[in-house]
Design a protein around this ligand. Sequence first.
Ligand SMILES: C[S@@+](CC[C@H](N)C(=O)[O-])C[C@H]1O[C@@H](n2cnc3c(N)ncnc32)[C@H](O)[C@@H]1O
Length: 344
Amino acid sequence: MEGRGFYNTHSRPQQAAARHGIELLVQAAGQLDPGPPPLVIADYGSAEGRNSLAPISAAIRAVRQAHRTPITVVHLDRPNNDFASLFELLRTDPGSYLEPADEVFALASGGSFYEQMLPPNHASLGWCSIALHWLSRVPVSPGHAWPTMRTGLDRAPFAAQAALDWVTFLKHRAVELRPGGALVVVVPASDRDGCWSLAGLARHVMATLEEMTTGGTLDPGELARMLVPNYDRTLDELEAPFADPELGLRLEEARLDYVADPIWEAYRASGDVGTLAEGYAGFVRAAFGPTLVAAMNAERPADARREFLGALDAGLRRRILAEPAALCEPTVATLLIVKAAARP
Ligand SMILES: C[S@@+](CC[C@H](N)C(=O)[O-])C[C@H]1O[C@@H](n2cnc3c(N)ncnc32)[C@H](O)[C@@H]1O
């Protein structure tokens, strides 16, 4: 994700999607056996934290209604995540969970959630929102910026990688969760018709990248390497690992929700197409900019990377101004996953 707070200010669609999991998180938090203090809440794929504030605050309130135990919140993300912006936010934002609550502590750790990130039996509650569509690796040589736009056999290696990653993620959480602990996952998904929510926006990105290649600002080799390793699983794909009793986790609830597009809703209220274009272009840069830039030739100067992001932004704005449309209506799957309580 783009750092220096850029993701925090350009991730309203992710925030809208995350809201769909808060009710389940509160339900799970209210039923926890607190165990020995502190009670640990793990936030997997936190990014810069703004979208974690509402769910984590709600979970803390739910725990506190039942127990007066100290609480540690651990934010987990990749090592290059902008954790500085996260801690700045926690200390300054009026919506921070640190402010009103006493005996709540914030920690962070950098690593991959496709590995073990916490000690065994450590976390009572887990939260993972809009992060698990990022695959651990690109399984084939690139050729199209989004695997979800591939069809048939071409899509199969991504589906296989997504299945492997999902099981790997769950196995590690089965170790890290305390017996009786719960994990809520909100993840972009494909609906039963295989419809994918970002297809319109992805087409604009591809058209802009191809235009930059034709115009000579991007090499064909760079374009070919620009692959966003995201895969939106179907509900069936998400439910599959729970058929294995050895997994150690139970799926309590799973549902698909269609998320209203906050950028489009704001445009419908204001009629301001410039803000609409800025909103979508900012969303693309915040979520995918660093991945696209990383595919540029290593010998290019830093200026070329800034210019690339500027040209992408300008191309997207031009396309959106010419053809205003709702481009970001994610379908999300929301899952409540529980680790069996210890036998008395
Ligand atoms: C779209 S952001 C979502 C952030 C936040 N949870 C939200 O709802 O807005 C996805 C986050 O997942 C993180 N992420 C992706 N793959 C990861 C991995 N293998 N291990 C840890 N974090 C990962 C990214 O670095 C990014 O910060």
